[in-house]
Write a protein that binds this ligand. Structure first.
Ligand SMILES: *[C@@H]1O[C@H](CO)[C@@H](O)[C@H](O)[C@H]1NC(C)=O
Ligand SMILES: *[C@@H]1O[C@H](CO)[C@@H](O)[C@H](O)[C@H]1NC(C)=O
Ligand SMILES: *[C@@H]1O[C@H](CO)[C@@H](O)[C@H](O)[C@H]1NC(C)=O
Ligand SMILES: *[C@@H]1O[C@H](CO)[C@@H](O)[C@H](O)[C@H]1NC(C)=O
Ligand SMILES: *[C@@H]1O[C@H](CO)[C@@H](O)[C@H](O)[C@H]1NC(C)=O
Length: 265
């Protein structure tokens, strides 16, 4: 009796979404990939999206009007998680996990209480995708200086930087720039550390593809081999990617950021 009642109330809702008919009984996990620009999260998201049961809808909050205030943010999250906001990545039919990629500078750090509350209420699985080496991240930002963040960090003039030119780093602000980047990542982990979460570092994933299995297990997805045709970012020794390497090396030697000078992979 109880079971029939349960099914009869649930079924119409599930069937309302015709596309989900066949897989309608499978539970759907809601997730968010929390990241920062130039951390390899594009590559990571395409890997995740190669899973037949997962749909990650990209940088939904890249559009400013979706994060004007906290009610717009909650409304946008509802639309993604209720599958009302379909993007190119939406698979829909048999999605067992639905989510988006959310950069720290896209409103996520502006309303931590309300967003934490939302994540908790809806049981959102949080995947922090971060880069360990913030110096490499900075170089990547500067090398792609069309990115507006480059102007805010390191005081660089954005005009006419060719994409293959190695950036010159402003060493007078280097330590404080790296400090700010680290602080932001640390704060995000602190704000959202009470959610159900996993932390994945870009460098670890490069070295150990087993990380992808851990993420699939975290989302309780059937394990699959995941693939991406997207090119990985910035390979090779760091000194090849910085125009004024000697200055940078000298500036960071003996500081807490010295570890960033060493090549990770
Ligand atoms: C949030 O922004 C939307 C769109 O501009 C507006 O309609 C709404 O009243 C705002 N809500 C709050 C609580 O400020
Ligand atoms: C995953 O997708 C496949 C193919 O669409 C489907 O047959 C299967 O039931 C789905 N599994 C889950 C756990 O949703
Ligand atoms: C380098 O950074 C310092 C300190 O933030 C700033 O005063 C200076 O203008 C910057 N130099 C350039 C070339 O952007
Ligand atoms: C979570 O953050 C709080 C401070 O905001 C801190 O006291 C606590 O140790 C953190 N817990 C974990 C598991 O990181
Ligand atoms: C960086 O500077 C140190 C001396 O402070 C030097 O020993 C080392 O070879 C330099 N590293 C590179 C890669 O140039």
């Amino acid at each position: 009796m109880w079971q029939n009642e349960y099914v009869s109330t649930i079924t119409p809702i599930r069937n309302a979404c015709a596309a989900r008919f066949e897989c309608g009984r499978n539970p759907v996990r809601l997730f968010v990939i929390v990241s920062m620009q130039r951390s390899g999260s594009g590559w990571f998201e395409t890997l995740m999206n190669s899973h037949v049961n997962l749909s990650s809808n990209g940088e939904i909050f890249g559009q400013k009007d979706r994060r004007k205030n906290v009610s717009m943010i909650i409304n946008t999250l509802d639309r993604v998680y209720n599958m009302d906001l379909l993007t190119r990545s939406s698979k829909n039919e048999c999605s067992a996990a639905i989510g988006l990629k959310w950069m720290l500078n896209q409103g996520l750090m502006d309303y931590p209480e309300e967003i934490l509350d939302y994540f908790t209420k809806r049981g959102v699985y949080v995947i922090f995708f971060l880069r360990r080496n913030m110096l490499r991240r900075l170089v990547s930002i500067l090398a792609n200086s069309f990115d507006k963040e480059a102007k805010l960090l390191n005081g660089v003039h954005v005009s006419h930087v060719h994409s293959h030119e190695e950036p010159t780093i402003n060493v007078s602000s280097l330590e404080s720039d790296l400090g700010k980047m680290e602080l932001m990542a640390r704060k995000a982990l602190e704000y959202y550390n009470r959610t159900r979460h996993i932390v994945v570092y870009y460098e670890d994933l490069m070295k150990n593809p087993y990380k992808l299995i851990q993420v699939q297990d975290f989302l309780k997805l059937p394990r699959m081999e995941l693939k991406s045709r997207q090119v990985k970012i910035h390979k090779g020794p760091l000194w090849e990617h910085i125009d004024n390497w000697d200055d940078v090396n000298k500036t960071l030697s003996g500081t807490t950021y010295e570890r960033y000078l060493r090549a990770d992979y």
